[in-house]
Design a protein around this ligand. Structure first.
Ligand code: SAM
Length: 212
C-alpha cells in the first residue's frame, strides 16, 4: 500500500489542528474543516489581491486564505493576517514564514488599532458572522466598512446567505456567488462602498444580490 506523501501528511495535520480548535471553540471557529483551495480561489477571483499594496485578513485559522493570498500578491504587497486563537496564529506564523506576511494574534474587532495608519485595498474574511455574538459581528463589519477606501473591497465567505442583509446595510454594492467545491458549499460575497468601484468587472460570474 503506498504511504502518504509529505503534502498529504501536512494537509492531514492541518485538518486535525482545525478540528481541535473547533472542538474547543465551535462558535468562534464556525466550521469543522479549513476552506478548500477551490473555494478560496473562487473568492479571491472576485477582487484583485494581485494589485493590492495592503491586504487585511480576518480569521486566518490554519492559513487556507493566507497561503493563497501570498501566492497571488506581488513582491511589494503586505498581508496582515489577524487570528484570535494564539495556537493557530503561531502555527500560521511558523508555517508561512514570508517577509510580506504579518500575523497578529488578536481580535478583528480591533482592526483599526491593528492597521494603525495603513489602509487596506482588500479585506478578506472567513469569520463565522452567524455564529459569533451578533454585537461582535456588527462591530467587525462596521469597522471593516470604515477602514476601506472608496476603491476597496471586502471579500466574505460564509456557509449561509444570512449575512447578506448586514452586508447590504453597510455597502453600496454586494455581489454574491456560491462555490460548490467546498463542504458545505460556500457563499462568497464581494462588497464595495461605491457602486462604481473600478474593480467590479473582475467579479465575473458573481451577480449583484437583489435580496432585501
Ligand atoms: C471558519 S474559520 C476560517 C479559517 C480560514 N480562513 C479558513 O477559511 O479555513 C474562522 C476563523 O476565525 C477566527 N476568529 C473568530 N473570531 C475572531 C475574531 N474576533 N478575530 C479574529 N479571528 C477570529 C477563528 O479562530 C477561526 O480560525
Amino acid at each position: 500500500m503506498p504511504s502518504d506523501t509529505p503534502d498529504q501528511r501536512s494537509a492531514l495535520r492541518e485538518r486535525l489542528r482545525f478540528l481541535r480548535a473547533f472542538l474547543a471553540h465551535p462558535r468562534r471557529m464556525g466550521a469543522l474543516l479549513p476552506t478548500t483551495r477551490a473555494a478560496v480561489d473562487a473568492m479571491l477571483d472576485l477582487d484583485g489581491v494581485e494589485d493590492a499594496e495592503v491586504v487585511l485578513e480576518l480569521g486566518a485559522g490554519t492559513g487556507s486564505h493566507t497561503r493563497a493570498i501570498l501566492d497571488r500578491m506581488g513582491p511589494s504587497g503586505h498581508l496582515i493576517a489577524v487570528e484570535i486563537d494564539p495556537a493557530l496564529a503561531a502555527s500560521v506564523r511558523a508555517e508561512l514564514a514570508d517577509p510580506r506576511l504579518e500575523v497578529v494574534t488578536g481580535s478583528a474587532e480591533d482592526l483599526h488599532e491593528i492597521l494603525d495608519d495603513r489602509v487596506p485595498d482588500v479585506i478578506v474574511s472567513a469569520l463565522p458572522f452567524t455564529s459569533l455574538p451578533s454585537e461582535v459581528s456588527a462591530r467587525i463589519l462596521d469597522r471593516a466598512a470604515q477602514a476601506l477606501p472608496d476603491h476597496g473591497c471586502l471579500l466574505v465567505l460564509q456557509y449561509s446567505p444570512v449575512v447578506t442583509r448586514s452586508l447590504r446595510r453597510r455597502f453600496a454594492r454586494v455581489q454574491r456567488t456560491v462555490s460548490p467545491r467546498n463542504l458545505p458549499p460556500a457563499f462568497l460575497f464581494a462588497c464595495r462602498r461605491s457602486r462604481l468601484a473600478n474593480q467590479a468587472d473582475r467579479a465575473g460570474p458573481a451577480e449583484d444580490d437583489p435580496s432585501p
